[in-house]
Ligand binder design. Structure first.
Ligand code: ADP
Length: 644
């Protein structure tokens, strides 16, 4: 029978309060229940029962209805009114054949009623069922509280992005959840050096001295948690060598609970809770702290990321504000997303008024809008010049910005003030055209006499005369180019006729083919069929010749040159792409200037070739551009409007 009782009691047993004024019944029931594995306390009156309940909360109450002082129904009602007792099951014992008190008992809040005489086996079955129900109910309640706590924590932590406030919040929430009086968080960097250490004692947040931080991380409990990456409970810190007491703090620490803060395999820090009493933390506290620590780690990682992004943003803002170049960015739909102060002043547009609005609508300069439209059409970088109403000249480049996988790209316009360069250029032109005129006649004379001397002299003198002749020739070329440029810029040219760029390019390529072959450079073209452009065929050929000549001059053996021509929205586009050394970034804005040569250029030249290309193209209503990156070759291009 004893075994059967044990089995019916289940594995966990429980504390039962047995209330009956009949000593014999108490004795019998008490023994029976004890044998079944329960702990039993006894009370003979209602007063004794209520007192016993306050002294120690039982798991179940076995209550006789007939008590000398108060009846069992009233005791039941009083117990139910006490929130601490509301989940303790009550099993009422009534007199046989008294269905009335059974009903009243259940109404008063008892879970079950049994009639005397009591059948022992039935009693045990009821007790066991009621205890199991109670346990389930308590587990459910605990789970509900835990879920509510975790939900609250997650909501609070995810709303905070300021690192200092977040650390304080994590501490106060976990301390409140686990009833600890002190807590600390140590934040670590990737090398596991202490970044920050905050400490809270009864709601007061403080920082900890460097020496203590290092000591704790090196040889204290935090060091152990960092090394093992797992949570730990110290029932009594005084007995554990891992706990390093801070002598000057004056606090006694007994119970400690410490967990690592890990996010995506990365250890971000250590959270420690402490209490001045021993044995305050249990394994279920550690279980509860696990998910809280995980949420705290996510929030910390977010806060750090946010901090880093904010810092990066501030740095970018500072750089943008400090640059003299005007910068405007637009998104893939063409709405302005960024503007620096230089751009505000250049465009006469306040940032607040422009952000989020279409570039084409807000920018009042048609030339700039046209460059923007062209960049969007072409889908790549388009340069151009812009003259402001106050006379300033800007060199603009509008480039496509590629976005990430989920971020669509956009456009960025960079505008550099080149007014001073323009002024210099004008001065240079005036000076040069005067000087070249004056040089033409004496140079022709030198050349003529040198030729006479070459013929007349022999030996070493002949060589000298020959050198004079070639140098004079080179100078004449320079002078001719200068005069050409002057004429082109002045617009004193022959009347424009329809010209086929297909033919002009074809002839220009044929002329350099032998040169390209002997230089070991592959030359090829991709020419669409093109409508004619209106212009001067000699000058247009000169422009193509100059671009081809440069490509050949600067491309080393084994390289390649591709000439392309196609039509695009009413424009004939021509590009010459080479695999040469490329042009340094800083030289790009100046490359079409007169006499400009990239510093360090070895091949001979006058620095006028590209200036002539630009002058010719602009005279024909077109535009020139260059795209190049050091070591990746260059593409020089121009556009010309198709003849009407
Ligand atoms: P140059 O007579 O010096 O070639 P240009 O006006 O034609 O004068 O070119 C100006 C400068 O631009 C050159 O000195 C050279 O540094 C650079 N350059 C021109 N074309 C190319 C090219 N295809 N590849 C690399 N650099 C080039």
């Amino acid at each position: 029978m004893g075994d059967e009782q044990k089995m019916l009691a289940g594995e966990t047993g429980g504390a039962i309060l047995l209330v009956d004024d009949d000593t014999a019944t108490r004795l019998w029931l008490g023994r029976w229940l004890q044998k079944a594995g329960y702990t039993v306390r006894e009370a003979a009156t209602a007063a004794e029962a209520l007192q016993a309940v306050t002294a120690q909360r039982p798991d179940l109450i076995l209550l006789d209805v007939m008590l000398p002082d108060l009846d069992g129904l009233e005791v039941t009602r009083r117990l139910r009114a006490d929130p601490a007792m509301s989940t303790v099951p009550i099993l009422l014992i009534t007199v046989l054949d008294d269905p009335g008190s059974k009903v009243l008992g259940l109404e008063a809040g008892a879970q079950e009623c049994l009639s005397k005489p009591i059948d022992g086996t039935e009693l045990l079955t009821r007790v066991r069922t009621l205890l199991r129900l109670k346990r389930n109910q308590e587990d459910l309640l605990a789970e509900k509280n835990r879920t509510a706590l975790l939900y609250g924590v997650s909501r609070e932590l995810s709303a905070e992005l300021d690192l200092n406030r977040l650390l304080a919040r994590i501490l106060s929430l976990t301390m409140a959840a686990l009833g600890s009086s002190r807590g600390s968080i140590i934040l670590l960097d990737e090398q596991q050096r202490v970044l920050r250490h905050i400490y809270s004692h009864q709601g007061q947040i403080a920082t900890v001295g460097q020496a203590v931080q290092e000591h704790v991380v090196r040889s204290g409990l935090a060091g152990w948690v960092i090394e093992h990456r797992q949570g730990v409970i110290l029932p009594d810190a005084r007995q554990d060598p891992r706990w390093v007491p801070v002598p000057e703090s004056g606090y006694v620490t007994r119970s400690v609970l410490s967990v690592p803060l890990v996010h995506q395999e990365q250890l971000l820090g250590v959270l420690t809770l402490a209490h001045e009493e021993a044995d305050r933390f249990s394994a279920s506290d550690l279980d509860l702290l696990g998910p809280i620590a995980a949420m705290a780690a996510v929030a910390l990682a977010n806060a750090r990321l946010f901090g880093a992004v904010k810092e990066e943003h501030a740095r970018l803002e500072a750089v943008l504000s400090a640059t003299a170049d005007a910068i405007v960015a637009a998104d893939h739909e063409g709405s302005i997303t960024l503007m620096n102060p230089a751009a505000e002043s250049v465009l006469g547009l306040a940032r607040g008024e422009a952000l989020g609005k279409p570039f084409e609508e807000k920018v009042a300069y048609p030339d700039l809008v046209e460059i923007f439209r062209r960049a969007r059409r072409v889908g790549s970088s388009v340069p151009g010049e812009l003259t402001l109403p106050d006379g300033r000249t800007l060199y603009c480049t509008i480039s496509a910005v590629s976005g990430g996988r989920e971020i669509p790209g956009g456009w960025v316009a960079v505008m550099q003030d080149i007014t001073h360069l323009k002024a210099l250029d004008r001065l240079k032109s005036e000076f040069v055209s005067t000087v070249s005129h004056d040089l033409r006649t004496p140079l022709a004379t030198i050349h003529g006499y040198a030729e006479v001397l070459t013929r007349a002299l022999g030996g070493e003198e002949r060589g000298c005369a020959e050198r004079i002749r070639t140098q004079a020739e080179q100078m004449s070329r320079l002078v001719e180019e200068l005069l050409d440029l002057g004429k082109i810029e002045a617009g004193v040219e022959a009347a424009a006729i329809p010209c086929s760029m297909e033919e002009i390019i074809g002839e220009a390529m044929e002329a350099v083919r032998i040169l390209a072959d002997s230089a070991g450079v592959a030359l090829r073209s991709e020419i669409d069929s093109l409508r004619p452009v209106q212009g001067n065929p000699v000058r247009l050929r000169q422009a193509v010749d100059n671009l081809l000549g440069n490509a050949l001059k600067y491309t080393p053996p084994g390289g390649s040159i591709v000439v392309r021509a196609w039509e695009q929205v009413g424009q004939v586009m021509v590009t010459v792409q080479d695999s040469g050394p490329g042009v340094p970034r800083e030289s790009l804005p100046r490359i079409f200037e007169k006499f400009y040569r990239v510093p360090g250029t070895r091949a001979g030249g006058t620095g006028l070739g590209l200036a002539i290309v630009k002058a010719v193209v602009e005279q024909h209503g077109g535009q020139v551009w260059v795209e190049s990156e050091m070591g990746r070759g260059s593409t020089f291009g121009f556009s010309l409007p198709v003849a009407r």
